[in-house]
Design a protein around this ligand. Structure first.
Ligand code: ASP
Length: 423
């Protein structure tokens, strides 16, 4: 086996971790030999290219995933009864998870550990992007309380889709489009749904290509970061605290919030039985980092161990896999606040609300694949006015957090299946 094949046989998450370590080493060496400009000119641009690729695929991904998710509610009869109830429960759980994430991010403030001098340097680097954001926020506040509706409803879908900060407008159009598909006669809807099924596969394959490049992207981003931070250790303690905050939040949702939900609304199920049935599913999700790949395992456990009817599970779980991502949405909230804190961006109450709203909607558009959230996060950051390059801060250590949030995502879907199947 040659070196290239050997490298490719290492699992992707190990390659990403290796990339992170190599990037840090390259950065430290460059600091020592005073080769900062070499890194800036020849290494860091590869990291920016990786982030550009993530941004490139975001709009098609959100569109295709949402249309596929909503049209999964095919039968209108189902949509009106089971569908509405399922979607409402999913929405409630996501809202609680995001609010909890925001609470954790604001209470722990992991980004505040970064040395103030470094923050000032970073602000200088991203000055243009940050001041554009401040101006936009001010303008929004001046335009009256209902102006946010204009940020949701586009007047031109092509121009909304041409701007990475108009994610809400694209989501609005996608949902309207998908609901309309549900309401037209089946024989007319079929080809459109099939087309979007195929399109979704194509886009997911493209996301797969891009995520394969993550090790190279992470190496370049980390090397660039070490230069930006001048090797300052406070950044790494902040990252450690951030990872811990996410991990604690995930454990609380998985082992306190869901059991409570099951206790209150899943009478037939029982907390112990639920946790026991979920354990292998969580482990599978943890190792694969993909709720899509875990779906058959979740279905089997929910039907065989928890006695949920096939009718409910075959509807609630596939829809949940796309729509309901409590782990991802809680994580996204913490990540956005962390990046804002590191870049010294003080978010006003109104902006925190925007983060809440955006995160709820965007987690729905996140595909259930490893690292699916990067693409979406890059876009949410831009739309709340935080430079997408901030993603570089967290991508290197993301894999273990992805494993945890995927376990939460699948547990949430199973919990909702138990709540729905109460007759
Ligand atoms: N890996 C997650 C999932 O499959 C998605 C993400 O948060 O990246 O559920």
């Amino acid at each position: 086996m040659n070196v290239r094949n050997k490298l490719l046989s290492i699992p992707l998450y190990m390659q990403i971790l290796l990339g992170m370590i190599i990037g840090i080493i390259i950065g430290i060496i460059a600091l020592y030999v005073r080769a900062e400009s070499f890194i800036g000119n020849w290494i860091a641009p590869w990291g920016q290219l990786f982030i550009r690729l993530l941004q490139l695929i975001a709009i098609p991904l959100i569109f295709a995933t949402l249309v596929k998710g909503v049209t999964g509610l095919k039968d209108v009869g189902k949509f009106s009864k089971l569908g509405t109830r399922t979607l409402l429960i999913y929405l409630c759980l996501i809202t609680v998870s995001v609010s909890f994430g925001i609470g954790m991010g604001l209470a722990v403030r992991p980004g505040a550990l970064v040395d103030r001098e470094i923050v000032a340097d970073l602000q200088e680097t991203y000055r243009n992007a940050i001041s554009e954001k401040a101006a936009a926020a001010e303008q929004t506040q001046e335009q009256g309380p209902l102006n946010f509706l204009n940020d949701i409803v586009p007047n031109n879908i092509v121009s909304a889709a041409s701007n990475n900060s108009s994610i809400l407008q694209v989501i609005f159009f996608a949902i309207l489009f998908a609901v309309a598909i549900l309401l037209i006669p089946q024989e007319k809807a079929r080809p459109v749904i099939d087309f979007f099924d195929g399109l979704n596969e194509v886009i997911l394959r493209m996301v797969g290509f891009i995520i394969q490049l993550a090790p190279i992207g992470v190496t370049a981003l980390m090397a660039g970061l070490v230069i930006d931070f001048r090797g300052d250790v406070s950044v790494f303690s902040a990252l450690a605290l951030y990872a811990l905050t996410v991990a604690v939040a995930m454990f609380v949702i998985m082992f306190a919030f869901y059991p409570l939900v099951i206790k209150l609304f899943g009478r037939k199920t029982g907390v112990k039985r639920f946790l026991r049935a979920m354990y292998p599913v969580q482990l599978f999700a943890f190792t694969t980092s993909s709720s899509a790949v875990t779906l058959p395992v979740t279905m089997k456990a929910v039907e065989e161990e928890l006695g949920v009817s096939k009718e409910v599970s075959s509807f609630v779980l596939p829809v949940g896999m796309t729509v309901n991502m409590d782990g991802t949405s809680c994580y996204q909230a913490i990540a956005i606040l962390f990046i804002a804190q590191v870049l010294g961006i003080d978010l006003s109450f109104f902006q925190v609300l925007t983060v809440l709203f955006m995160t709820i909607l965007s987690s729905i558009g996140t595909p259930g694949i490893p690292g699916g959230t990067y693409v979406i996060l890059a876009m949410v950051l831009t739309s709340v006015g935080i430079p997408a390059e901030g993603l570089a801060l967290i991508i290197g250590i993301d894999r273990p957090l992805d494993m945890l949030r995927t376990s939460v995502n699948v547990t949430g879907d199973a919990a909702v299946a138990c709540m729905i199947d109460q007759k």
